[in-house]
Design a protein around this ligand. Sequence first.
Ligand code: ADP
Length: 491
Amino acid sequence: MSKRYILAMDQGTTSSRSVLFDESARIAAVAAEEFEQIYPQPGWVEHDPEAIWNTQLETARRVLREANVRPDEIAAIGVTNQRETTVIWERATGRPIYNAIVWQCRRTTEACERLSAAGLADEVRQRTGLVIDAYFSGTKAVWILDHVPGARARAERGELCFGTIDSWLLYKLTGQHATDVSNASRTLLFNIHGLDWDDVLLGHVGVPRAIMPSVGPSSHVYGTTKVLGADVPVAALCGDQQSALFGQTAFNIGDCKNTYGTGCFLLMNTGANPVESRHGLLTTLAWSVDGKVDYALEGSVFIGGAVIQWLRDELGLIASAEESEALALSVPDSGGVRLVPAFVGLGAPHWDMRARGVITGLTRGANRAHIVRAALESISFQSADVLRCMEADSGQTIRALRVDGGAARNDFLLQHQADVLGIPVLRGRTSESTALGAAFLAGLAVEFWPGRAQLSQLTATERVFEPSWNTNRRESEVNSWHRAVTCARSV
Ligand code: ADP
C-alpha cells in the first residue's frame, strides 16, 4: 500500500505542530514551531492568522522531509486546533480583516455582561451548553465586525467569512469554508440539539448568518489540498480537547480523560445524551463520526501545573517542575499541610471568583517538601472535585481515568490521583493524544483504519496507577482538602 501515513496538524496556542503517524499509530516524525503572541493591551491576546498558517505549513513540510515521506504517501490530513480563537477573512481574497482574537482574550467581558444582564444565561445554556463568557467565539466575532470600519455591512452582504482555527486552516488548505460540530459548539452560536447555527442566538449576539461556515462531521473528507505537492484529502476537523478524548479512545459513555497542563481539562463522554450540568460544567459536542454524534461534559481546573511553575518561579522552592516529584516522595505525607491554589478563584463545583490561595495546617515542622507535596496534591484534589460533578450530573460512575499533558509525567501526581479517586489512572504510551485523535478521525474517514475497535487496539497503556487507599483514608483526606477549600473561600 502506498498510502502509509496520516498527518495530524495540531494548531495550538503557542505553537503549530505536525505529527506523522504510521498504520500502527506510531509516530514517524514531529515538528513544532512557535509564533508570536500579540498583547495590544492588558488582558488582550491576538495571533497573526498568516503566522498561524505559515508555521503550520512549515511544520507539515518538515515532518515529511525528516521522515523522508513523499506527499502521495499521506492518506489524509487531520486538523486539531486551539479552540474558540476567532478569525474573520475576506471571502474573495482570503485576507484576514483583523488579527485572530485568542480564546484567552478578555476584551469582550463587558459585552458578555450585557448579554447576561439581558437575562440570556438560561437560554444560552439550554441552546449551546455553555455559560456566557468572553472565552467563546461569538462575542469576539462581534468585536471585529464592530471595530473594523465597514466590516458589519460587508458581513451582511456575505463578503466575509467567520471561522475558528480549524476553519481558517481548512480554507487555506482547500478553499472550503466549513467547521466541525466540536468547534462549532464552542462559539456560543451553535444549537447543540438541532446541530445548526441558532438564529435566535445569532440575533442576540449580533452575528450575521451570512458569515458562518457550514458545519460538518469531525471525521469527513472536506476537500483535497495540493499544498504538500500531491492531492491529499483533509479528512478531520476537531477541537483540541475533544480530539484528545478521541485519541485516548474514550469511545464509550462514562469514559473520561484529564489533560494536566497549565490548567487541567477534563472531559467525559456522555454518548448521544447532551447532559445539562447542575454544577456549572459545560455541555459540548465531542465529535460526529459515521453519522453519529457524541456529547461530552467538560470541566477545567484553572491552576493545575501552573502551581508548580509558581513554586519554581515565584517562591524558588524548586529548580524545575520535574524536581517536585522526588521532593514530594521524600516525605511520607504532607504533614497536614494543604495548599489551595485559588489564585484566580475556584471553578466547579465552587464557582467562587473571590476565593484566593491559601496554605493551611502549617506547623513548626513543615518544610518545603511538605509544601511541594501539598501543591501536587492540590492538582489531583481539584481534578477529583470536577470528576465528582461529572458523575453527579451524568449519573455515570467513572471506572478509570485516562491522562495526558505535561504534568502527567509526574508519577507521584498520578498515584495520588488514583488514591483520591479510588479508581485506576491510565497513562498512554503516546503523549500526543491530541494529534492522535485528529489522525484517528481522518484515518476513519478515508478507511485507512477500518473502525474504532481497531483504534483501541493500536493505543497501548504505558502505566496503570492503581488506587491504594481504603475508603476511610480516602474520605478523611478529601474532607481535609475541603476544609482547606473553605478557608480559601473566606480569604
Ligand atoms: P500547556 O500545554 O498548558 O502549556 P503542558 O502540557 O506543556 O502545558 O504542561 C506544562 C505544565 O505542566 C506546566 O505548568 C508545568 O509546571 C507542569 N509540569 C511539567 N512537568 C511536570 C512535572 N514533572 N511535575 C509536575 N508538573 C509538571
